[in-house]
Design a protein around this ligand. Structure first.
Ligand SMILES: [Zn+2]
Ligand SMILES: [Zn+2]
Length: 301
């Protein structure tokens, strides 16, 4: 388990701690239309390598966030001073106005401007938080990241965002997943792709090759007469499906390495083979060319 220091990866995460909380997520409580403050959501970015994605991982991260003020236990009121019921709305959080119109009297309700809909006002504000009930702080949060996540996906950890002002409820922690690209294995959905380069002699005579897998290695058999571009499939060596629908495969694309320069001696040997009938290209039905393989690929996907 590692401590990723992800302070301020999203810039000023304190920005607008009161903003969205009141509008988008705030809403009204069931108690007589009084407003309940909700803390804003926090956003953090977590970088994961392929092994962490395949196996799932627990991450401990330290975040800057609004926490409840200790001096007033989050209430915003100085110790002993308490709250008084709002005089304007008598605690309901709503004010009602009656207006005379040509159609008769009309009653309109709106949020009480005196208390902001909270139904109460603080007699003496807490010095430490200036009556907000929340202060800037930090918290170490453990996040369980399931296996099979992908770049750009967002996970929500309920109640781990900013604390809500004056005894409100916490916002959520939104975790944005960022994938660290692997040096060897490329991801294609739940499958992994690997480009294997083999020696020309091994392609002709057959061999055993080692390929990297997630967190290890696997041996694969190269049959004599293997063509370049042949794809070998290692079943179940890919990524788990995030929704639990099985596992992907590791697809090994076989490339045959052509020497870029040869010695005089090597050249002489190769020239001897050049006219041999075995060296004349004669693709059979089983030897699929590039176009045919691409067609198969698109049919599968
Ligand atoms: Zn306080
Ligand atoms: Zn009021």
């Amino acid at each position: 388990m590692n401590m990723d220091d992800i302070f301020s990866q999203f810039g000023d995460i304190f920005g607008g701690a009161f903003g969205g909380g009141f509008g988008g997520f705030g809403g009204q409580s069931s108690r007589g239309g009084r407003r309940v403050n909700r803390g804003t959501n926090l956003r953090v970015k977590v970088k994961l390598n392929l092994e962490e994605i395949v196996n799932g991982v627990k991450k401990k991260i330290k975040v800057n966030k609004y926490v409840n003020c200790k001096d007033c236990a989050g209430s915003g009121a100085e110790k002993g001073s308490g709250f008084s019921t709002c005089h304007s709305c008598h605690g309901s959080g709503q004010v009602t106005r009656i207006t005379n119109t040509i159609l008769g009297q009309m009653q309109t309700s709106s949020t009480c401007p005196a208390c902001g809909g909270e139904g109460q006002t603080i007699s003496n504000k807490c010095d430490s938080c200036r009556g907000d009930g929340i202060v800037k702080g930090e918290e170490v949060i453990e996040i369980n990241i399931p296996a099979g996540v992908m770049d750009g996906i967002q996970l929500s950890v309920s109640g781990k965002g900013n604390a809500g002002p004056r005894g409100g409820i916490n916002g959520d922690l939104i975790v944005l997943i960022e994938e660290i690209e692997d040096d060897n294995l490329k991801r294609d959905g739940i499958n992994l792709l690997y480009d294997l380069y083999i020696n020309f002699a091994d392609a002709v005579l057959g061999s055993t090759e080692e390929v990297p897998t997630v967190g290890g290695k696997a041996k694969i058999k190269i049959e004599p007469g293997t063509q370049g571009g042949q794809v070998l499939r290692l079943r179940g060596k890919g990524l788990p499906d995030l929704n639990g629908y099985g596992k992907g495969d590791l697809l090994v694309n076989v490339n045959i390495w052509t020497p870029k320069s040869v010695s005089k001696e090597e050249k002489d040997i190769i020239m001897k083979f050049k006219e041999s009938s075995n060296f004349r290209p004669s693709p059979g039905k089983k030897d699929k060319g590039w176009f045919e393989r691409m067609r198969d690929h698109f049919r599968q996907s």
